[in-house]
Ligand binder design. Structure first.
Ligand code: ZN
Length: 281
């Protein structure tokens, strides 16, 4: 039998509707419920649980979908109410936003909510005040740091390991492939789609060898073959990058099948924390 805290892959879906983040996005077809069902079927197939970081607007639009995720035993966590990066908030506007995010999730049936993920991985040295607010609102952890240089956000000095921050909030930074010339978050999104599986596997095994959990991130659009081809937000209108945003969507879940076959223990963020890090204190 495999040890539960070895070879950990923290599977998470950032449950957001990309149509709400682009101008006149409502003209495009609704895709979030269908893609969420696909993720739920994948998780059922492998009998594992995952964490869904949910944007408040999505919970408001699809409360029965949130209830279904809850009833299947997955973890519900916050991803802000309208997907606004942390540096755009004041302390009080952040608190109001997350309070609303919590409310709509609870109204939809979510029980205990312990986790937060900042939109666009926007937690940096400039926004550490957020940890106190999270603690006051009852959170246990955040998974909001990209520990690398990045044109938008990024916190290169953070390092690759989970850390207990001020106010007793755990921060689980996104997993990074790092070399002297390049570093990138390999465990989800566009990198997971574009890189061949043997490369991904090498990176997973390296983290697992060092007893690090692999912290992933995927979105409804990452597996959506039927989405209309519009320009995604946050990529500076780059046609090249936008083409990457649509690449290999069809094969992503097959890659996750292979990750499971490689011995990954897929689990929720809070289960990992409570069974590993909290006990190590
Ligand atoms: Zn997001």
């Amino acid at each position: 039998m495999s040890e539960p805290n070895k070879n950990v892959y923290l599977f998470s879906v950032d449950l957001e509707d990309v149509r709400l983040l682009v101008e006149n996005g409502q003209q495009y077809e609704e895709r979030v419920p269908l893609m969420t069902e696909k993720y739920l079927a994948f998780l059922d197939k492998h009998n594992c649980k995952a964490t869904f970081f949910v944007v408040g607007d999505v919970a408001k639009a699809y409360p029965t979908l949130i209830k279904k995720i809850v009833d299947k035993g997955h973890e519900i966590a916050c991803h802000s109410n309208k997907h606004i990066p942390l540096d755009k908030y004041t302390v009080s506007s952040f608190r109001a936003d997350i309070t609303e995010n919590l409310k709509v999730l609870r109204d939809a049936g979510a029980g205990r909510i312990c986790g937060f993920r900042a939109p666009t991985y926007s937690m940096t040295e400039k926004t550490v005040w957020v940890y106190k607010e999270l603690a006051d609102l009852g959170f246990v952890y955040s998974s909001s740091v990209l520990p690398a240089k990045n044109p938008l956000y990024g916190w290169p000095e953070f390092g690759g390991e989970p850390k207990l921050m001020n106010e007793n909030i755990w921060e689980l930074p996104i997993s990074l492939y790092k070399s002297k010339v390049i570093s990138f978050p390999f465990a989800g999104g566009v990198y997971m789609r574009v890189l061949p599986f043997f490369v991904i596997k090498k990176m997973l095994k390296k983290d697992w060898k060092n007893d690090l959990p692999v912290v992933g991130y995927i979105h409804p659009y990452d597996i959506d073959e039927g989405q209309e081809h519009f320009m995604h937000p946050g990529i500076n209108n780059s046609k090249l990058y936008n083409n990457l945003m649509f690449m290999n969507r069809k094969s992503l879940l097959n890659k996750f099948d292979k990750i499971v076959e490689s011995g990954a223990n897929i689990t929720t963020y809070i289960d990992y924390l409570e069974s590993t890090l909290v006990n190590s204190q």
